[in-house]
Design a protein around this ligand. Sequence first.
Ligand code: CS2
Length: 496
Amino acid sequence: MSQSVSLNQNNLVRLSPEIARPEYQRTEGRAGIMHVGVGGFHRSHEAYYTDALMQIQETPEWGICGVGLREADRQMAAVLEKQDSLYTLITKHPAGDIENRVIGSLTGFMMGCDDPAAVIERMANPDIRIVSLTITEGGYNVDTETGDFDFSNPDAQHDLQNPTTPRLVFGYLTAALRLRRANGIPAFTVQSCDNIQHNGNLTRKMVLGFARRQDPELADWIENEVCFPNAMVDRITPVTTAEDIRYLDEKMGLLDEWPVTCEPFCQWVIEDRFSDGRPEWELVGAQFVPDVTPYETMKLRLLNAGHSVLGILGAIYGFGTIDEAVSDKLFAKFLRRFMDLEATPTLDAVEGIDLDAYKNTLIERFGNPNIKDSLARICLESSSKLPVFLLPTIQANLDRGGSVKYAALVIAAWCFYSDKGVDQHGRELEIVDELKQALHDAAKRTHDDPLSFLKLKSVFGDLAMNERFANTYADLVAQLSNDVDVSALMSEIIES
Ligand code: CS2
């Protein structure tokens, strides 16, 4: 039987001295933030910053109450309940050293689908001054044709009719803000932590779009009172594996059912616009700036798009992880060329950032051999990632007469991936995508119409109408379907 200690509040004193732990008082009542979407990334990022701040404050006042809105959050709820909301953050350095820290900033967790009224009431409590979100790129309920709130979603219809038992986060936010207004409580800030250009502006647009349809007067109040700061968030956080759990048990004597692993690098650039105060996250490394646009464009177009380049090309080539892909000379060169020739020319200068050094750091970060970030994670939900990470770069290059070949190969490889569901050696790929079937059907038709995949409007808009892009893409997609090895096409593009 294992001699390890189970992670919970009482056992904190019994942990190995190699594990850092909260030294502040953790009180559930103190939470000033509610966070919707408690996955790996929230726990390696916002919760990490907040824990670091609580650690240096005399009286910590900004703990986090987690919220899960969907059945899929139940496992997280159960683990956190068992562990008094504690979990271990395992930071893996490239040279092999590992830091372990039990994070204490989460102080509770609520399941919206079990008791929506309780969540709404808590959000309306004056102690809560920020509601932050990690609901993924696809979670913003955007109508891809119009860019407005998508009322054709049955859950959105449900929420319009049932304001007190919503399903979507927008219904919750609107209900909670209605209650705050009625009770004379100042509005909270809604803070997006997702990888989306102008994530705060988009959140604002969606909340207002929904609220206006339900209650125009309330929408006016939200428009005037609620701040939605934009932010750039960054920390590579792979999916937790059984090996991570075993490592803590065997090497650290700690039983944690759901730790998080991450890289040492961490960045959070936030616009300083908050409705009702905010934590002093700048004391623990966050940057507050008047305009986050250049930082977020740089990160989305270099880091996230760089991930997609390695992820999609690497998946059909047969690699399993990002570090494996980037340690291949050809992949590393292709990635660097994509960054230099296609992404960088579309970026504005970022104050205080040397883009060359930034790119070098990215390649080092991708190469961290201990992170083992799976390509399956990177390729997950590509239909909501690529329109944010890669398509704006293609569009900017079409407008400026720049190169689009590197990006076109990624889209052609994505078509191959969606059509076949296997890599170029016939090994099965696990595809997880909301649009999986539509992508597959469109990709399958490539044999009759070389542009069929690109004509999927909800993903690509009008890209297929651009002759230059369409020709480049059609040539690459034809070669891939004729079994030309993706690496041969990569070499050809580099040499051209
Ligand atoms: C990744 C991101 O989802 C993806 O495809 O690019 O999750 C990335 O690891 C983070 O944004 C890093 O900050």
